[in-house]
Design a protein around this ligand. Structure first.
Ligand SMILES: Cc1ncc(COP(=O)(O)O)c(C=O)c1O
Length: 382
């Protein structure tokens, strides 16, 4: 495998070479579209989450890296007390290990042989956890760990209602846990069950009811394991839409929320208290037919239906690939050439489309950070 630390170093050098001329510029002068990260707002979001969890005295946070894909942000989360990191892909774990992080939980099942090798190799000198939902896959993880001379931490994945990966019944969870405990190279650490389906319910009471149902089922799986004499010390769940309820739910030890650090409109309407630290800088390019049209379309900002222009109350008319169109029939002071900041509908996907963050402090670009690993691919890490 190529040296991940070198790939990471080169990623920083590359984005500073490509976008470094912007350092010292006001965000309003950036060439658009540009991904902008307000560092003050990032830190306030991290501090808000940390202090709320501390006050609750309940679960810790293991922030999900997929929301931002940047080691500098992860470093700030860990400095504020995060108990390890969670991530969706093996390559995210490899990057984070190269950046000096430990206690890495791939909250996903992993099956490709190259990924199994990478994961098991990482576990030689890092604490690595991974989700599992069937015995055959557990056997493959066991074989990879034995071949690498490492031990993988195993988290039984439970489907809490999302209809994604995960065992569907407590009995299946128990059967799998028993199998895992008998396999070499594996150490059963607990259960995981992201209740992401709840984020589709905007009504607060209904969302809370769904979260309660999901977590009652989930913690029941842990109870069954323990009644059978199988320790289940980690019970990991919780995304941003339900973070406070799940953090306080009896039996939950950690939450995996990620989007709180960047925030977006999809989650912002449900979850107060966090700032929109992530925006896409754009330029108005047309004011025809009662519209404000900007040079950032659906290739530049995710979940267009929920995109807004910061400081302007204009509904979306339509997003084409390179045109973001807002209905300004009621009038707008915006003119062609004006700089605007778009708040993404959905931030984790928006981030994934860019190479680099323009890191802004007090409205001025202070640094350029890479988005790494960008996209679903291995970024040369395989
Ligand atoms: C398994 C898992 N855990 C946690 C999260 C947390 O993310 P968010 O904060 O956006 O809810 C996600 C998001 O997709 C996820 O897939």
């Amino acid at each position: 495998m190529p040296d991940p630390a070198q790939i990471l170093r080169e990623a920083y050098e590359q984005v500073r070479r490509d976008y470094g001329a912007a350092i010292g510029q006001r965000r309003a002068d950036l060439v658009t579209p540009a991904l902008v990260l307000d560092l003050g707002a990032v830190q306030r979001n991290i501090d808000h989450m940390a202090s709320e969890l501390k006050q609750m005295g309940a679960a810790v946070i293991r922030p999900h890296y997929k929301a931002h894909k940047n080691p500098d942000i992860a470093r700030r989360q860990v400095a504020a007390g995060a108990g390890g990191l969670s991530m969706a892909t093996v390559w995210e774990a490899v990057v984070l290990a190269a950046a000096g992080f430990d206690d890495l939980f791939v909250v996903n099942t992993v099956a490709h042989p190259a990924k199994l090798r990478a994961l098991a190799g990482l576990a030689r000198d890092h604490r690595v956890l991974v989700a599992v939902d069937e015995a055959g896959n557990a056997a493959d993880l066991s074989a990879a760990a034995v071949a690498a001379g490492s031990t993988l931490g195993i988290m039984i994945e439970v489907d809490t209602g999302m209809d994604r990966c995960g065992v569907d019944s407590a009995a299946d969870g128990l059967a799998l846990a028993r199998q895992v405990t008998g396999l070499p190279g594996l150490r059963l650490e607990g259960i995981t069950g992201y209740e992401g389906h709840c984020s589709l319910t905007r009504d607060n009471d209904l969302r809370h009811e769904r979260q309660r149902l999901a977590m009652t089922f989930f913690t029941g799986v842990a109870a069954l394991l323990e009644a059978d004499g199988i320790p289940c010390p980690i019970r990991s769940a919780g995304g941003i839409a339900t973070w406070n309820w799940t953090a306080a739910f009896p039996g939950i030890t950690e939450i995996q929320a990620g989007t709180y650090v960047v925030m977006d409109n999809f989650h912002g309407v449900m979850v107060p208290g966090f700032e929109h630290s992530l925006t896409v800088q754009a330029t108005v390019i047309s004011r025809q037919s009662g519209k404000v049209i900007v040079d950032a379309g659906s290739k530049s900002v995710a979940d267009p239906a929920d995109v807004t222009i910061a400081g302007h109350d204009l509904p979306v008319f339509r997003f084409d690939e390179e045109h973001g169109m807002f209905d300004a029939a009621g009038g707008s002071p915006l003119r062609v050439g004006d700089p605007v900041a778009l708040v993404p509908g959905y931030s984790p996907s928006t981030v994934n489309w860019y190479d680099a963050y323009h890191v802004v402090q007090d409205g001025v670009v202070a640094d350029i950070w890479p988005v790494i690993p960008r996209g679903p691919g291995h970024h040369g890490l395989a």
